[in-house]
Design a protein around this ligand. Sequence first.
Ligand SMILES: Cc1cc2nc3c(=O)[nH]c(=O)nc-3n(C[C@H](O)[C@H](O)[C@H](O)COP(=O)(O)OP(=O)(O)OC[C@H]3O[C@@H](n4cnc5c(N)ncnc54)[C@H](O)[C@@H]3O)c2cc1C
Length: 294
Amino acid sequence: MNLPQVKGRLEKDYSLKKLNTWRIGGQAETVFWPENSNELLDMLNWCQQNSLPIVLLGRGSNVLLPDKGLRGMVIVTTKIDSINWQEDRVQVGAGYSLIRLASEAALRGLQGLEFACGIPGTIGAGIAINAGAHGGEIGNLVEEVKVLTAEGKILELNGEEIKFSYRDSSLVQNGYWVLESTIRLKAGGKSSDIREKMKTLKYKRRQTQPLEYPNAGSIFRNPPGHSAGQLIEQAGWKGYRLGEAEVSEKHANFIINKGNAKADDVLELISIVQQDIKDKYGLVLETEVKIVNS
Ligand SMILES: Cc1cc2nc3c(=O)[nH]c(=O)nc-3n(C[C@H](O)[C@H](O)[C@H](O)COP(=O)(O)OP(=O)(O)OC[C@H]3O[C@@H](n4cnc5c(N)ncnc54)[C@H](O)[C@@H]3O)c2cc1C
């Protein structure tokens, strides 16, 4: 099967470990980094015509990829990174790094993205799953979003037309892919104050999260009124290890890769912890990490 002519990078038999922050997973049959939204649309059409399965990734900081690898096409958005700053707004491509966006906003004295300064994903995935921290959420800043539907149609949505909730949105529920967005910030801030605030937030993260090991952020959503990390710690799971996957000693809602952890070890660890929390406290822990099957 001949792949379409594209400008973006294409790789065959590529390690999934290089495409996620956990450094877990087998081989991808094909990986494509579109240079812009049009290339992504062309590849979607081509894959559909050839009945090839597709997995969309940003920076892979919220996914568990399978040991068996992925057949078909993995599309990585990180080269869709156009950016256009206006006075108190920024129009940005889906693959732009959230950390970079937050720090560039700070340099311009624009407030609103401080909470995102330690979230190692793309703005596109961040909007889709309404990423948030320290009381802030991306959904609150969204003015407009350009999305691609599963049928290959491009829609332009107003912020108010999108329903954002805790680590979720109507974009995910509808299976839309974010191509581009306009984010509204607050002008007139003092750059040094904003940067100082971000420095404090980053320091807090380094103190409380196991950033020295490959990980994928929080494994479980917080059940209403509870902290998943506290429940897991209270139940005694800190430091528990299967293969080279371990419930972090530093933060119980993180599973770290101590070397060559397998997705199957992580999955088993997840299900053991889920069962125990259900037995002990009658609470259901739902995963925040997206589990991708081969
Ligand atoms: C150390 C660490 C700390 C973290 N802290 C936080 C935090 O404080 N708050 C928080 O919310 N998250 C946090 N995360 C999780 C993660 O960084 C965010 O969820 C981030 O938004 C995921 O972006 P990504 O580009 O890495 O997405 P990926 O992991 O590549 O993808 C995640 C999901 O989004 C889908 N997706 C990817 N791109 C798009 C797109 N353009 N349109 C639609 N869907 C898309 C994928 O198919 C997948 O289902 C943390 C992760 C790590 C490793």
